[in-house]
Design a protein around this ligand. Structure first.
Ligand code: ZN
Length: 272
């Protein structure tokens, strides 16, 4: 049974209701073990103020969301590299366990997914150099293949781990059950990742039917993912980090009372 002290709140879960300051207070009030801010909320509060508030609250930081988007300008540009360096610095400032990377989809008008993957590899390499200096691990989040065109040309754990093998130390994966639950190779790839490459673990549920590709994620227990089973496999490799709850839910949870969302998370965590 997962208790609140093992849970981290990804701020996207209550993004419509709470500022980062509200999220920090909410995590303390509900006994959560940690938080994972998005950069927009972090910048809104101010990095230094947020770092202090999180530290004072005694919360862990399971990640910073997010860097990446290497393909956004059609080629790897200095602006994209610089923005990722800033993301690394922000992650360091708040003591994040890792910087979560959403690597980017196909460039505008492109049909060259192989080329996009090369841009991503080169970009990750650049960010990794800076991450190593700053002591911030880089976590590739493979996204469900339905996002390959617009968000991430890295779709599976196996593909992400191949990139890690190519790029070396200081890089691993952020595994989100929403994106990888369907993968027949999942168990084998969790074992392959091992504790050293499993940098973050995100939970929510897959609703059937799903009404929106981006903003219809479910609360744990409302969908079809065997979250308890996957968690057992993740813990079997020695992962003992926070379970980060990340739910994009325009019609349900973003409209709910945020304290009720926090309570529901704790109730549902008990079954995963
Ligand atoms: Zn995630």
């Amino acid at each position: 049974m997962l208790t609140a002290d093992r849970i981290s709140l990804n701020t996207a879960t209550v993004k419509e209701q709470w500022t980062l300051a509200d999220c920090i207070d909410g995590c303390v009030r509900h006994g959560f073990g940690g938080i994972s801010p998005w950069r927009d909320k972090l910048q809104e509060m101010g990095v230094d103020a947020a770092a202090k508030a999180i530290r004072d609250a005694g919360l862990g930081v399971s990640g910073l969301c997010r860097g990446g988007w290497y393909t956004a300008e059609g080629a790897l540009t200095q602006a994209v590299i610089d923005d990722n360096h800033r993301a690394v610095d922000e992650a360091a400032a708040i003591g994040a366990e890792c910087l979560v990377m959403v690597v980017g989809g196909l460039p505008e008008g492109s049909k060259d997914i192989r080329g996009a993957r090369e841009i991503v590899r080169d970009g990750l390499g650049k960010t990794l150099e800076h991450g190593r200096k700053a002591g911030v691990p880089i976590a590739i989040e493979p996204l469900h293949p339905m996002y390959a065109a617009d968000r991430a040309v890295v779709s599976t754990m196996g593909q992400a781990l191949d990139l890690c093998d190519e790029l070396g130390d200081g890089i691993g994966v952020a595994m989100d059950v929403y994106h990888v639950w369907w993968d027949p190779e999942l168990s084998a790839q969790i074992k392959r990742a091992g504790k050293s490459r499993m940098l973050a673990y995100h939970i929510c549920d897959w609703l059937n039917p799903t009404k929106d590709l981006l903003t219809d994620r479910g609360m744990m227990g409302d969908g079809v993912i065997d979250i308890a089973g996957i968690r057992a496999e993740v813990e079997a490799i020695g992962f003992n980090g926070l379970n980060e709850v990340e739910i994009f839910s325009a019609e349900t949870w973003w409209k709910a009372d945020p304290d009720a969302v926090m309570k529901t998370i704790i109730e549902r965590a008990a079954i995963c």
